[in-house]
Write a protein that binds this ligand. Structure first.
Ligand code: APR
Length: 242
């Protein structure tokens, strides 16, 4: 699959991955807009906005608790593991829209969580932030300051954490290969990251069984799944004379 980019991959110094829900699909976690995606069954405006949270915090928390249980029982797949393995040979950075922590569980050390993390909580008022306890006595849980706690994730209409976003742009601007795996690229500003890389002359490789709005802008668009495809990258990175 990657033969035509063998030299580019092998000579690359820095590889940046931009990932989305599709890379965790083969770990049993639904995507959002795919066939059995969350947004096919639920209205995102009722579950993933600050207004929805204030309208019905218990409903929103129950939904995140369900997702968290599913994520806790899931395992990183061959796609996550291949990216972690690549760190042995190249400077690899993962810019993920996923809140599931599977890249880190696979062993990736440089992961920027653009949309936060389902295993962190924060207060809606004070600056309390912490990793999530195993369970809560009541939903919605309360902060010690008396206000309501929320999942530390980015909801529609909310800004990304600016420090994380600025760092993500720097990585996109300084990579020579960007691999975009498992994202529909419909959500901004994450979907601008390939543009930064392209402007920097990077090679863009997409891994997605379906067409995306940027497939035409890619140097290589592989219509397959990430768990079956990304492990095939390793030989091109490990050993250039293949
Ligand atoms: N391997 C690679 N790609 C896959 C796989 C797979 N096994 N299975 C599905 N895909 C692709 C789909 O074809 C689709 O293009 O992954 C993409 C998933 O797209 P979305 O469901 O839109 O998820 P994502 O791009 O991560 O959504 C972005 O939207 O809902 C918000 O905050 C949420 O972070 C999320 C953001």
């Amino acid at each position: 699959m990657f033969k035509q980019f063998a030299d580019k991959l092998n000579n690359s110094k820095k590889i940046v991955f931009v990932t989305g829900a599709g890379i965790s699909q083969e770990s049993g976690i639904p995507t959002f807009r795919g066939k059995d995606g969350y947004w096919r069954k639920h209205d995102p405006m009722k579950l993933a906005t600050i207004d929805a949270f204030y309208d019905d915090p218990k409903l929103v928390w129950e939904w995140y608790e369900d997702r968290r249980k599913n994520i806790r029982s899931a395992q990183p797949n061959a796609g996550h593991k291949a990216i972690a393995e690549l760190e042995k040979y190249k400077d690899v950075v993962v810019l993920t829209q996923n809140i599931d922590g599977l890249h880190q569980r696979a062993g990736s050390s440089k992961v920027l969580e653009l949309h936060g993390s389902i295993i962190r909580i924060k207060c809606t008022v004070c600056d309390y932030i912490d990793s999530i306890p195993n369970s809560f006595d009541t939903l919605p849980p309360q902060c010690k300051c008396g206000n309501t706690l929320r999942p530390d994730v980015v909801w529609f209409g909310e800004a990304l954490p600016q420090d994380v976003w600025q760092e993500a742009i720097e990585h996109a601007n300084s990579c020579d290969v960007m691999i975009i795996a498992g994202t529909s690229l419909v959500v901004s500003p994450a979907n601008t990251l390939p543009l930064y890389a392209k402007q920097n002359g990077a090679t863009l490789i997409e891994v997605n069984p379906d067409e995306t709005i940027m497939s035409g802008d890619m140097d290589l668009s592989l219509k397959t799944t990430s768990a079956s495809c990304l492990p095939e990258l390793l030989p091109f990175i490990k050993n250039s004379n293949l």
